[in-house]
Ligand binder design. Structure first.
Ligand code: VG1
Ligand code: CO
Length: 543
């Protein structure tokens, strides 16, 4: 086997966003684009020779080519063992678990998560640390710095490695080990949850539909829900990972998971509906004709997590990303749990989990996770919900209504504005920033602005400060608007406007968020001068 040193030129755009590097497939296909990035990651790590590396992915278009490049560069960089999911399939949470279980120094996940896949769509690559946690900010900054100066990468001159057969193959001093994509993860879920009790619930007639959206969770969901728990065959739909996700946009929300939403509103709907995203780290929960709001879901998990034996005595604190609604704050207060508010992106939860400050965390985008592993975990969240339903004997909507009756309902609305011109999108944020000092005390449509600031975060463990994480405007403590730019778009920019309002009036608990929050949406358009600065008049999606 020959190891080659290949000369290369740096690219200037390899900056990581909220969750790894995401680009159009056409960008990633440029000569050495991927090779440069991978070698830059290795150049930023210390002492990995002879150690283990994990490679996972969501099965999207171009992953097969990218995985072969990754393996060849990893062999040339002298890793001792490379663990790869069969056919390159390993969800984000499964990759995180495998990294820790096999004591790897880290791993790559080839996924652009919820972004669409296919030749004209998106490709992505993320790196997880030895803790199975998304690379923290200081590490991703190192990667980017290295990409700016790279002049060569190492390459093992071998034919493509067969990833379809489970087992080991040796190349020089490196073993490539192909593993069952599901087994380790499914075993772990059985350590956390009481599968016997859940199985009994299904035997007694409980029904569910899980929409894998033609993405990575299909094989996991079939094994866990149908084969191990005994949900009826066919309970998992869109179960085969496809390179273009069958044209679906694998982001579980009311717009993109329309088929599931419709199914759950039929008379014959099952008791429980769930979905997950491209790489299996997000989830969505629905009862009969009752979609659960992600922030409410986090509050429910906080309320009941310690009824699951694995967590008894472990729940000392919870964390939510800043745009996640304050529904969970009430539960934390009642239960005497510490509460942390972090910037958007799972990488900010890692230090809190590692330090044992929290056992549960979540995001408004339906990311949920716990101390069981350091990525967000869609199937885990679904198993939590199933365990809570089994334990309480209540329906999804009963549980959520109980939450609202106790604390009031925090209505939420997220408006995404896709803006082709990134500069125009940035102008919206900078314009708002300039206005901030004058906003407090001003009234818009009879609502007075009581606080206006740019969110910054000081990591309670490392004391590292992360600035500029979104603009927050409060109207009393019960209502707020948040403006931030998405860090996962592959072209142009997406302005995200999050609207939250807590309503405690019992008669107003069953409203429609689009209606209840429509005046706040108007206010957000006015204050941001969106139309004037971008020409855009309405959201690309609302959820
Ligand atoms: C979005 C979500 C964020 C999530 C991130 C990655 O980021 O808002 O909550 O952590 O995607 O999720 P942004 O910057 O576009 O708002 V995933 O499932 O892509 O790994
Ligand atoms: Co994801």
């Amino acid at each position: 086997m020959e190891i080659l040193s290949v000369k290369t030129e740096p690219y200037s755009d390899q900056t990581l966003g909220t969750s790894g590097l995401r680009r159009k497939v056409s960008v990633v296909k440029q000569p050495h684009y991927l090779e440069n990035f991978i070698q830059s990651v290795f150049d930023s790590l210390d002492n990995f020779e002879g150690k283990t590396l994990v490679i996972g992915g969501d099965g999207r278009y171009y992953n097969d080519t990218a995985i072969q490049a990754l393996i060849k560069i990893a062999i040339a960089n002298q890793f001792g063992r490379i663990i790869v999911g069969q056919n390159g399939i390993l969800s984000t949470p499964a990759t995180s678990h495998v990294i820790v279980k096999y004591k790897a120094i880290g791993g790559f996940i080839l996924s652009a998560s919820h972004n669409p896949g296919g030749p004209d769509a998106d490709f992505g690559i993320k790196f997880d640390t030895e803790h199975g946690a998304p690379a923290p900010q200081d590490m991703t900054e190192k990667f980017t710095l290295r990409t700016r100066e790279i002049d060569h990468f190492w390459w093992a001159d071998i034919p493509d490695v067969n990833l379809s057969v489970i087992g080991e193959q040796t190349f020089g001093s490196t073993i490539v080990q192909v593993i069952d994509s599901v087994k380790d993860y499914a075993d772990y879920m059985q350590e956390i949850f009481d599968f016997k009790r859940l199985k009994k619930m299904f035997q007694q007639g409980f029904t569910m539909t899980f929409d894998a959206m033609n993405a990575v969770t299909g094989p996991y969901a079939v094994r866990i829900f149908e084969e191990l728990l005994g949900a009826k065959a066919g309970s998992v739909v869109h179960a085969k990972p496809l390179p273009d996700f069958g044209g679906l946009h694998p982001e579980p929300n009311l717009t993109y998971a329309k088929e599931l939403v419709n199914r759950m509103s039929e008379d014959s709907a099952p008791d429980f509906g769930a979905a997950s995203d491209g790489d299996g780290d997000r989830y969505m929960i629905l009862g009969k004709s009752f979609p659960v709001n992600p922030s409410d879901s986090l509050a429910i998990l906080a309320e009941y997590l310690d009824t699951i034996p694995f967590y008894q005595g472990k729940l000392k604190g919870v964390a939510r990303s800043m745009p996640t609604s304050f529904a969970v704050d009430d539960v934390a207060k009642k239960k005497g749990l510490a509460l942390y508010e972090t910037p958007t992106g799972w990488k900010f939860f890692g230090n809190l989990l590692n330090a044992g400050k929290i056992a549960l965390c979540g995001e408004e985008s339906f990311g949920g996770g716990s101390s069981h592993l350091q990525e967000k975990d869609g199937i885990w969240a679904v198993l939590c919900w199933l365990s809570i339903l089994e334990k309480t004997g209540k329906s999804v909507s009963e549980l959520v209504h109980e939450l609202w009756n106790q604390y009031g309902r925090v209505y939420t609305l997220l408006c995404n504005y896709d803006i082709a011109d990134k500069k125009a999108a940035e102008a919206v944020i900078s314009n708002l920033k300039e206005k901030l000092p004058h906003l407090v005390g001003q009234s818009v449509k009879d609502r007075e602005i009581t606080k206006a600031f740019v969110f910054a975060y000081t990591d309670p463990v490392t004391k590292e400060v992360t600035e500029n994480q979104g603009i927050c405007l409060y109207f009393e403590d019960t209502t707020r608007l948040i403006f931030r730019l998405s860090g996962t778009s592959s072209v142009g920019a997406t302005l995200k406007v999050y609207i939250n309002e807590r309503i405690t009036d019992e008669k107003k608990l069953n409203g429609e968020p689009f209606v209840v929050l429509s005046d706040l949406m108007q206010i957000s358009m006015e204050l941001s001068e969106l139309k004037h600065l971008t020409g855009i008049q309405k959201p690309s999606i609302m959820t």
